[in-house]
Each structure stands twice: as C-alpha cells, then as structure tokens.
Design a binder for this molecule. Structure first.
Ligand code: NAI
Length: 481
C-alpha cells in the first residue's frame, strides 16, 4: 500500500504545532513540515521561546526539530511536495454577515484549499484537522477539484478531528483515548484512510484508531465538544441550586460521579468554561441545526452557552452583593486570567467577562497570571465583545488605569479588598494566605471561582469566603434569603 514520506501541515497554532511535533517525534521516517502565513509565529517555533506554552512541548519539539520536523513560511513549496496535507487553520465564529455570531468562518479554510489546489503536481490526501461544520469536506472537495489544472492530480479528503485539550496536549497526543479518521466509502477513500492510519500506528494501538464515514467524523468533533461543555453547564446550573439550598456541589458531584454511567470527570463547578473551542463549536452546531430546520435541537444546545454566560454574570453579582453592593473604586485582585491552568491561552476566557463585569461597576483590578503576558491581558480587556452578544454593554476599555497587571501575587493582593480566583493554577493553592490576609483591607474577601482553595483554612485566617455551589457564609447570604 502507498506510504507517506512527507507531511505538510497548514497552520502552526495550538493544534498544528503540538500535533505535528508528536507525529515527527514518533515517525522518524516521515518528513513533517508545519507551515504558516504568520512569519512571526514560524520564527518563534524555530527559536528557544516557542509561541505557545504547553507542558512537555519544549522537549518534544527539541527532540525532532531539525531532524524530521521543520517550521517554515514557504507554504507553497512544502504543500506542493507533501503526500498528506493537514489543514489546521483557525475556524472562528463569523463576526458579520449571514450567520454572524454562530456560523463558522471558513474563509481561512477555503484560502488554504485554493492554495493546495494551485500548487499540487501530485495526488494528495487532504486532512481536515481543524474543527469544521459537518459537510465541509464536500465544499472543500469542490474547491480542490475545480482549482487544480492538472487532471491527473487526485485529492482524497479525510476528516481527522483533533481531541487534544490545551494544558495536557502532549499527554493527550502521546496516549490518545482514540484517533478518529473519517473517509469516503470508496476504494480510494478506504486506501487514503489506511495511509493515515499507518502514520498513527507508529505509536497508537490499532484498536484505538477508529474509522467512520466523513460526516460522522466531522459531526463527532462538534458533538464531543458540545457534550463536554454540557457537563460543565449542567454542574454549574446545579451549583446555583446548591447555594440556594445549602447543598454542597462538591458532594453532589462526587455522589453522582461514582455512578459509572455518569463518571467523575468534568464535573467541577466553576465560573464557566472558556477556550477557543467550546462556545464556538456549540454555536456552530446550533447554527447547523437551525439551518436544517431542527429548532428544538438548536435550542437545547444553545442553552449550554446561556448557562455559561449566566454563571459568569452570577459570579460578578455575588462579588458586588457581598461587598456591600458597591465595588466602586475598590481594589480587587484577580488571580488567573488564562481560560484554564497550564496554558497561556486567553481565548474566550471566563476571566475576561468577569473582569469586564467588575470594571462596569468601577472596580480597580490588579491581575496576576503565571503565564499570560501583561500585553495580552491589556489587549483582551481593550477589545470590545461582539455587538450581537450584549449590544452596547461593552464599550472599549475606557480606563486602562483601572487595570494593573502584576508579576507577583503578593504585590497584586496588597491593600486589596478581595481576591477572585478565576483560573485553577496549582500555585494558587500554595500561597501564604496569612501574609496575604495581613496585607489586605478588611473585611478581606475571597471569591473562589474554581473551588481550589482550602476554604476552612481561609475562614480561620479571617477571610470571608465565597465558593461556588457551597453553603454560603452568613456574611455573604443575601439579607432576604
Ligand atoms: P490558531 O489560531 O492557534 O492557529 C491557526 C493558524 O493557522 C494561525 O497561525 C494562522 O496564521 C494559520 N493560517 C490561517 N490561514 C492560513 C493559510 N491560508 N495558510 C497558512 N496558515 C494559515 O488555531 P488553533 O487553536 O490551532 O485551532 C485550529 C483548529 O483546530 C480550529 O478549527 C480549532 O477549532 C481546532 N481545534 C483546536 C483545539 C485547541 O485546543 N485549540 C483542539 C482541537 C481542535
């Protein structure tokens, strides 16, 4: 059967970079080139300071880079030479036009497909690595077919969605629960699936490589993200109920999680999910359902996103209410800005909405995150959220001077009225909270949006603690509840 000698991957982002580094590490017989139109990003991939932070990534890149792993901005040459072309470009939510706020913007994808067609002198397997709407392969195939001048060149399209999670990408790539490959049920489709399978079989046990038809594979990725996000919204909705009743969401999650049909993972109540994928992919699923006339299905999944927005809003309201209904001019320390621990990624981070909410009420924010840069935080907070979301609610940041980004958590907490934990970084558990308490204004509040701190200990020190979905401190309880 045909073998793969050279792989090109279009898009050197959070997915393309780590995924291809692992393929190169495990397949020394294959040349792997990651290409991107963003030259700054390519330069960084070739430097000592990689463009993304991901535990274990440095070692994998160092082991393979220059051997059979390359990063290049010579997109055309490497795509032209490749047997397999992975497309791992961004597929953000459309910001304007038909489907704005929901549909996936496939402009980058189509651009990549046109480029592939124009440079191809040999037949290629084109792999959808990006998360795309179901039936994208059909559109891509048309673009490829109609734009390639050489009739001898054949394109076979596969769907190979990526299930890695940021923060654990290297582990996820090294030992994936499964690899999914979707292809056409034709002889050439099946043989393309075999070629891609042979790449993964360098390190993934054969029984973990699943095959499916193209549409099932495409839809599986959207469904996986919808289910994962749904678990978070489900437990978060219960966290509100816990606060109203005196139940403890941690105990509820544990009790239901021991049921093997439910399982214990992804049941932590939090200030909300974030990241570049969950919301975008659900909105995309909703849009597809609406387009196909499946209104009830669309509404069902849309509610996962509304509960997430509700949870962030609820958190902000708790902070304001607890602090005597005014945070105007008060210094609030924000611990964590990344959308989850072990990443520097802030795309769709819940911290952004919470910070914006606190700023609306004129708080002064002192922000500390172990991995997110000062520039990134300022840029995020200065970017208005899309208009369709909450029209008019978000004016581009008017007072940059009410936002300070600190490099030291103790400095960030000095003279502040409250700590808000918005990312579950491990180091937050290890701080000297006596020292922090002594340096703060009194009463000193902690709002734990990730339920990671030792709340009993904090209360003993003297803090007034709000933890999501836990019995409320008498001090925090609303007077009428
Ligand atoms: P990203 O934005 O980090 O990277 C995409 C890269 O593609 C950018 O560097 C951009 O310059 C490049 N690009 C765009 N058009 C190009 C073109 N025509 N030629 C060459 N380069 C081009 O995006 P990320 O996070 O890597 O996501 C990529 C896809 O993977 C998305 O569809 C996403 O939904 C999906 N995905 C993301 C996961 C994540 O954890 N970030 C996990 C699983 C899937």
């Amino acid at each position: 059967s045909p073998r793969c000698k050279k792989i090109a991957c279009i898009g050197a982002g959070y997915v393309g970079g780590p995924t291809m580094a692992m393929v190169a590490l495990k397949c020394p017989d294959i040349e792997v080139v990651v290409v991107d139109i963003n030259e700054v990003r390519i330069k960084a991939w070739n430097s000592e300071e990689l463009p993304i932070y991901e535990p274990g990534l440095d070692d994998v890149v160092k082991a393979a880079r220059g051997r059979n792993l390359f990063f290049s901005s010579d997109v055309k040459r490497h795509v032209g030479e490749a047997d397999i072309v992975f497309v791992s470009v961004n597929t953000p939510t459309k910001t304007r036009g038909v489907g704005a706020g929901k549909a996936a913007d496939l402009a980058y994808w189509e651009g990549a497909a046109r480029m592939i067609a124009s440079v191809s002198k040999t037949s290629k397997i084109v792999v959808e690595k990006s998360t795309v709407p179901v039936k994208t392969a059909e559109a891509i195939e048309k673009v490829l077919r109609r734009n390639c001048s050489d009739p001898a060149v054949q394109f076979e399209i596969l769907s190979n969605p990526e299930f890695l999670a940021e923060g654990t990408a290297i582990e996820d790539l090294e030992r994936p629960d499964r690899v999914l490959i979707g292809g056409k049920e034709t002889p050439s489709g099946r043989s393309a699936v075999e070629v891609l399978k042979s790449v993964y079989e360098h390190w993934v046990p054969a029984e973990r490589i699943l095959t499916a038809n193209l549409w099932s594979a495409e839809l599986s990725k959207l469904t996986a993200n919808a289910f994962l996000a749904q678990r978070i919204s489900s437990i978060n909705s219960i966290s509100a109920l816990c606060e109203a009743t005196g139940a403890d969401v941690g105990q509820v999650a544990h009790s239901i999680g021991t049921d093997s049909r439910i399982g214990g993972k992804f049941l932590n109540a939090s200030v909300g999910f974030g990241g570049s994928c969950f919301q975008k992919d659900i909105l995309n699923l909703v849009y597809i359902c609406e387009t196909l006339g499946l209104k009830q299905v669309a509404d069902y999944w849309a509610s996962v996103v509304s509960i997430n927005d509700y949870q962030k809003q609820r958190f902000v309201e708790r902070v304001i209410e607890a602090m005597f209904n005014t945070i105007s001019g008060k210094k609030i320390t924000v611990l964590g800005f990344a959308f989850k621990k072990d990443t520097g990624d802030t795309r769709e981070t819940p911290a952004l909405d919470v910070c914006q909410g606190l700023l609306q009420d004129n708080a002064r924010l002192y922000i500390y995150d172990p991995k997110v840069t000062e520039n990134q935080i300022h840029a995020d907070l200065a970017t208005p959220k899309f208009e369709w979301d909450h029209p008019g609610s978000r004016t581009p940041s008017r007072k940059q001077d009410s936002i300070k980004v600190l490099q030291d958590p103790y400095e960030a907490a000095q003279d502040s009225h409250a700590l808000c934990v918005l990312t579950e970084w491990d180091e937050f558990k290890k701080y000297d909270y006596e020292r922090i308490y002594d340096s703060m204004m009194k009463p000193a509040f902690v709002f734990d949006g990730r339920n990671i701190l030792d709340h009993e200990r904090l209360r003993k020190i003297g803090f007034i603690v709000y933890a999501l979905g836990k019995p409320l401190d008498p001090f925090i309880q609303k007077p009428y509840s």
